[in-house]
Write a protein that binds this ligand. Sequence first.
Ligand code: FES
Ligand code: FES
Length: 173
Amino acid sequence: MGSTVYPSSAPQPIRLMVNGCAHDVPVAPGTALLHVLRNDLELNGPKYGCGLGECGACTVLMDGVAARSCVIPVKAALGRSITTLEGLGTRQRPGPTQQAFIECQAAQCGYCLNGMIMTVEALLRRNPCPTEAALRSELHHNLCRCGTHVEIMQAAVRAVQLRTAGVAGDSVP
Ligand code: FES
Ligand code: FES
């Protein structure tokens, strides 16, 4: 079988590792990672909020670190491990951070929750037992227009408890 020849003006496939799976996606390298995740890979956990890197709704993990995918060109994700909300667990076995937000019913419209959950998850991966002050500081730049900050903080604290207790979901390593 011969290899596929792409016209020079056509986007070249870019290999992305997302939630443990490789995807070859034909997109222009400057396309925002968020759009590729949502439009090409149908991963709708990350949300489009401000599109400016300021609200946090689009947060994913890149090599385990929180990153705002609306301002990251997809070419910057080459060779990196991307984890989206879908990669933290399943409906049947949510990850501990997801479980905490479910238990605490920490949503009104829910639009910000992807960013809240992924930001807490990133913190817990580098510091499994943060103080409430550290959680608050980490979430400081995530916006919630509905004002559910009290419940979100309760969920963040609960996530620490669940992780410490060894609760595990069907997550991507
Ligand atoms: S949509 Fe990316 S930070 Fe707001
Ligand atoms: S729950 Fe609506 S924006 Fe946070």
